[in-house]
Design a protein around this ligand. Sequence first.
Ligand SMILES: C[S@@+](CC[C@H](N)C(=O)[O-])C[C@H]1O[C@@H](n2cnc3c(N)ncnc32)[C@H](O)[C@@H]1O
Length: 195
Amino acid sequence: MTNIQRLNNIYKSGIDKTWSNTEIPDKLIEYLDYLKSKVTSYSKLKVLDIGCGRGRLIKRMIEDGWEDVTGIEVAGEAIKYLPPRIKLKIIVGDFMEERFNKKYDIITDLTMTCSVSPRHWSSIFRKINEILEGNGYYLGEFFTERMSGSKLDKTWYLKENDLRNALSGWFEIIFFKKDKKIKGSIFFLTKKKEI
Ligand SMILES: C[S@@+](CC[C@H](N)C(=O)[O-])C[C@H]1O[C@@H](n2cnc3c(N)ncnc32)[C@H](O)[C@@H]1O
């Protein structure tokens, strides 16, 4: 079975409900609000949500007034039944293979990168760094070793310090926090480093 078939099967079987049907974590909303407060008009900022799944963050951001939000998701099955207004915003493809024709002000990553082996992280972070605008931000959620019993069998649980070190090669860390309500996840907000 290829990796894409495996991911499609997760969506077909409904295993994804463990994350797709949950609210966007408060910490991420807090970070997005922080970014809103830094500009006069946030609604026009270009946002890319990598590994967007069923588009739950895209939906939430549209409700919150963000206008230019795009998602990319490798599992076509995830977006099959979405309403057209959300579907239209999602590219079905592999983030690492995609040639983006523009740069983004904000890249969000709700547990996409942590579902990929850490040996690929530095190429993922390099690509995120490359397609961010000069003063762009990268924020998201990673599962850590504390989270066990996940049904996502390919999730890699790593130590907080390893994640901090991996991120800090490419980004300046602004916030790096746990949330009492979601034990086992790390939430981060970083800013592009010029490499
Ligand atoms: C744990 S799920 C999270 C989905 C979504 N971000 C959410 O929070 O609802 C990780 C997602 O990343 C997607 N993914 C993994 N590798 C990818 C890649 N290289 N390009 C695009 N999507 C990818 C998977 O198909 C899966 O939908």
